[in-house]
Design a binder for this molecule. Structure first.
Ligand code: ATR
Length: 279
């Protein structure tokens, strides 16, 4: 990889940031396209987030991604943000504009939809009700994306009911809140099930969900990609449901940032998946 004195710079701001696969992904693309650039992990404690964002243009960075726990707080710290970032209430992509302003965007919803479109080309949000487990930033991005794609009903199911209600209110009439204790029943008649909680991720508690009531034709997807095939996806696959893993969402949400910083929209193909998986 070429890193000259003119290299374009970007990185991922997180705390901790060591778990992030974004450096692997972006540096793979930089090498693949022979771009003079670098993408580095930027460990930034919450108290230093504002300073770090302000430092990006001053250090000559083209921009950065944001990961846990900064996505929501950063929205208030950027100079401008896209309408979709305001609507979702979070930013995951920062771009330093020619005037030195830091602009924030949220590309998680786009990544979610692009992953489904790639893995299940015939899939449509219009097919029927969607069940979204979770009500955090990731769930908001997924739910607004489904709303924009014409989902006829979005069932928000979250452990903390107040958060589910707040998200449903922002979504409008298409959204319904179903209590976490009723989650098994929430699956009845659904065409799509999305896990947008951290449950099932390595090191996190398991997702306790019975799929008996789920239509075997319903598409099941998980935003968790470590492990790649979560217990939810395995259980769904065993009963014949189509599944899509969460790795593609990570890859697709990264593409607009790479394009803005490095000037080219990168491929999201099998080779990219292999690199991000580290296999
Ligand atoms: P993100 O930005 O990735 O969405 P988040 O805002 O911390 O992260 O949201 C995590 C989601 O996982 C939330 O919906 C959370 O439920 P609460 O709103 O009740 O906190 C959900 N979650 C995390 N641990 C959970 C657990 N043990 N049981 C049920 N839900 C859990």
């Amino acid at each position: 990889m070429t890193i000259s004195g003119k290299a374009k710079l970007a990185g991922v701001i997180g705390w901790p940031v060591g778990h992030s696969r974004s450096p692997l992904l972006h540096n793979h693309w930089l090498a693949r396209y022979g771009i003079d650039g670098a993408y580095v992990p930027l460990p930034v404690a919450p108290a230093d987030l504002e300073l770090a964002i302000q430092a990006l243009p001053r250090l000559g960075f083209a921009g950065a991604n944001l990961t846990i726990p900064h996505k929501e707080k950063a929205l208030a710290l950027v100079d401008r943000a896209t309408p979709r970032a305001w609507r979702i209430g979070a930013v995951n992509t920062l771009v330093v504009e020619p005037d030195g302003a830091v602009a924030g965007d949220s590309t998680d919803g786009l990544g979610f939809l692009a992953n489904l479109a790639q893995e299940r080309p015939g899939w449509s949000a219009k097919a029927g009700p969607a069940v979204v487990l979770g009500a955090g930033g990731a769930a908001a991005a997924v739910a607004f994306a489904l709303l924009d794609e014409g989902a006829p009903e979005i069932r928000i199911v979250n452990r903390s009911r107040d958060k589910a209600e707040a998200l449903a209110e922002r979504l409008g009439d298409t959204a319904r809140v179903i209590d976490w204790s009723e989650r098994d029943r929430a699956l009845e008649g659904a065409a799509l099930l999305v896990n947008a909680t951290s449950l099932g991720m390595s090191g996190q508690p398991a997702l306790d969900l019975a799929l008996d009531r789920l239509d075997p034709r319903a598409l099941v997807t998980d935003i968790v990609y470590a492990p790649l095939v979560t217990d939810l996806l395995r259980a769904a696959q065993e009963r014949g449901n189509p599944i899509v893993d969460g790795l593609g969402m990570l890859i697709h949400q990264a593409r607009p940032g790479f394009a803005a910083w490095f000037g080219l929209t990168p491929e999201a193909d099998a080779e990219t998946r292999r690199v991000v998986l580290g296999s």
